[in-house]
Design a protein around this ligand. Structure first.
Ligand code: SAH
Length: 348
């Protein structure tokens, strides 16, 4: 039974007619699902009982089951969802300045294999469908309430799955969906070939976060093998064109790795590379992954790196680690819950 979430809510009325209801029943159901956090057809008491019965039999509301739910002391909520084929995916919600921020995954595993990231350790299993991406948001909405911001920064490379990611974002932004403004959505990507152009052509003003991690191609290709064939300069030019198209400054993400990309001359090189571009730099101190040998630079080194960028005229933030819990949102989502990782999900 296909999940109704694979269909845009605009198409729900037609589906409801096929199930013996009226078009407006589809609109009522969409409000229940996207605005009122309903979990089942039975809750939708203003739908005729016969229709609810038929929906129960013939139309799945979602395709995922909530396998685990955990709440950390810092307020982060994590859901582990089981998918129809036995794959699992995680999503996290955390308190932020504009209400709760949720972090969604776009793939099971990841093909990009960033050397410091846990998501790609086992390669890519498969793309998530639009319904599976939306379902993460819905489960978090159900478990933690209103959503303030959405960041596409969980497991997977969104740029390799835009066929599903963009329609999912359309629903999050649609008035008949979750009604979130584009300004509240950030999509993070390494910028695979064609991805940024496609986002520009799509025409919605979501924010872009571009994972850069090194100013020179040689090092970037080593750290982010999935973009070995791409010149950073070309990727940044595409990000500039996206800015020209949607007017949103982009964020350059740079994970600080001790002795790898944290040296003063590397800050200078990054500053040269970004000069004149409409971006903001977000420095992310490496968050340890047990299987990986990278280390987080000392605080003084992080500060020095930031200072150099700032003195070169760039706008920079250095992410303060809010502890392991919150950082679990970045690339380390599902792995710890997998049997091979040997630890339990309830720790977040
Ligand atoms: N595939 C997307 C989303 C990744 S998660 C992308 O690459 O942009 C969001 C950010 O967290 C990315 O910049 C990613 O490189 C970074 N990240 C991944 N693993 C990390 C780790 N162990 N410590 C700190 N940041 C990490």
């Amino acid at each position: 039974m296909d999940s109704l979430l694979e269909l845009h809510p605009h198409d729900w009325p037609q589906r409801f007619v096929a199930l013996g209801g009226k078009p407006f029943h589809g609109r009522i159901a969409a409000r229940w699902v996207f605005r009122r956090a309903a979990r089942s057809w039975q809750e939708m008491t203003d739908l005729p009982e016969a229709l609810r019965e038929r929906l129960e039999q013939e139309q799945a509301l979602g395709a995922a089951t909530l396998e685990e739910l955990s709440r950390a002391e810092d307020g982060a909520v994590k859901v582990l969802l089981g998918l129809h084929d036995g794959a699992t995916v995680e999503a996290v919600g955390m308190p932020g300045t504009q209400g709760r921020t949720i972090c969604l995954s776009t793939q099971v595993g990841c093909p990009v294999k960033c050397q410091f990231c846990a998501s790609g350790l086992d390669g890519l299993q498969r793309n998530l469908t639009r319904g599976e991406i939306l379902e993460q948001a819905l489960w978090l909405r159900r478990e933690q309430g209103e959503i303030g911001r959405v960041v596409i920064m969980g497991m997977g490379e969104a740029g390799h799955n835009l066929d599903e990611v963009l329609p999912a974002l359309d629903v999050l932004m649609d008035e008949e969906g979750m009604g979130l403004s584009a300004r509240r959505i950030t999509l993070s990507t390494v910028g695979p070939k064609g991805a940024l152009e496609r986002i520009a052509a799509w025409g919605r003003s979501v924010s872009l976060a571009l994972s850069v991690h090194a100013a020179q191609d040689e090092l970037r290709h080593e750290l982010v093998p999935g973009v070995r064939k791409r010149r950073l300069e070309d990727t940044l030019d595409e990000a500039d064109r996206l800015f020209a198209a949607n007017g949103r400054e982009y964020t350059v993400e740079y994970v600080l790795l001790e002795g790898v990309n944290d040296q003063p001359q590397q800050a200078e090189a990054l500053a040269r590379r970004l000069r004149g571009r409409r971006c903001h730099v977000n420095l992310i101190p490496f968050n340890p992954v047990s299987e990986l040998n990278f280390r987080r630079p000392a605080l003084g080194v992080q500060e020095e790196f930031r200072k150099r960028l700032r003195e070169a005229g760039l706008s920079v933030t250095l992410r303060r680690s809010l502890g392991r819990e919150t950082d679990a949102a970045c690339g380390q989502l599902r792995r710890r819950s997998m049997p091979s990782s040997g630890s339990s999900v309830t720790e977040v």
